[in-house]
Design a protein around this ligand. Sequence first.
Ligand code: NAP
Length: 245
Amino acid sequence: MNIENKTILITGANRGIGRALVDEALRRGAKNVYAGTRSTLQVTDERVTPITLDVTNTSQIQQAVEKIGTLDVLINNAGIAIYDDLSNLEVIERHLAVNFLGLLRVTHAFLPALKRSQGAIVNNLSMVGLAALPIIPSYSISKAAAFNLTQSLRALLAGQGVSVHAVVLGPVDTDMNRGFEIPKASPESAASGIFNGLENGEDEIFPDPASRSIAEDWRTGALKALERQFSAFVPTSPASAASEM
Ligand SMILES: NC(=O)c1ccc[n+]([C@@H]2O[C@H](COP(=O)([O-])OP(=O)(O)OC[C@H]3O[C@@H](n4cnc5c(N)ncnc54)[C@H](OP(=O)(O)O)[C@@H]3O)[C@@H](O)[C@H]2O)c1
């Protein structure tokens, strides 16, 4: 996957990592960048089109599909993170609504376009989806669910020319973790690492120093081997359920 001349949709593109991804996509020569946003967005580059897109809003998702038409790369970046202690189920539901179901709804809606273009889905996930960070357990659960979903989508879509990538982000300096004082990568360097991983065709993309520290173990470890073993159960016949996704 080469970003040059591609059409890309980035959700949650008005700030943080999403905003940096828009700039990085332009730097790499993307033809059109659709910037999903819940608020007004000022843009200066004519290749960027702001698009109203709350990932929990099915009618906005449908309108986005109709407006965009052709799509090569979907980056599911929109996300929320609320500190909690698992005592309030509504907090878990809110995380799942955005970080898991929102990601899945947007993906479903754009799948026909991505199959036509033989495109790519990039899901911005987190190290805390691999091992829970107990100060944000609901967020961790939602990212673990989205990681597991990403593995299934990868296997189900492999025969249909759509690649599916999990971005395992470590701490990045954005509003999301403001006040949590640990070393953080810049959004710009994370965005660059994400596109490098996509262009290299990596299943799991480790775009920052913290996440890169576990990359080698992940790629050669038992869990990756198990994922491959389980994927082999997906039927390859065109009449299978997978072809209807
Ligand atoms: N920063 C980190 O350390 C870190 C680490 C691991 C993973 N990540 C992941 O990276 C992604 C981007 O995070 P970030 O650090 O850039 O966060 P951020 O600065 O808080 O930005 C979050 C973005 O998501 C948007 N968003 C939230 N709910 C939405 C919804 N229902 N529909 C559409 N957009 C919505 C926000 O839009 P509004 O401005 O309208 O609220 C904003 O654009 C997230 O998926 C996050 O979980 C971040």
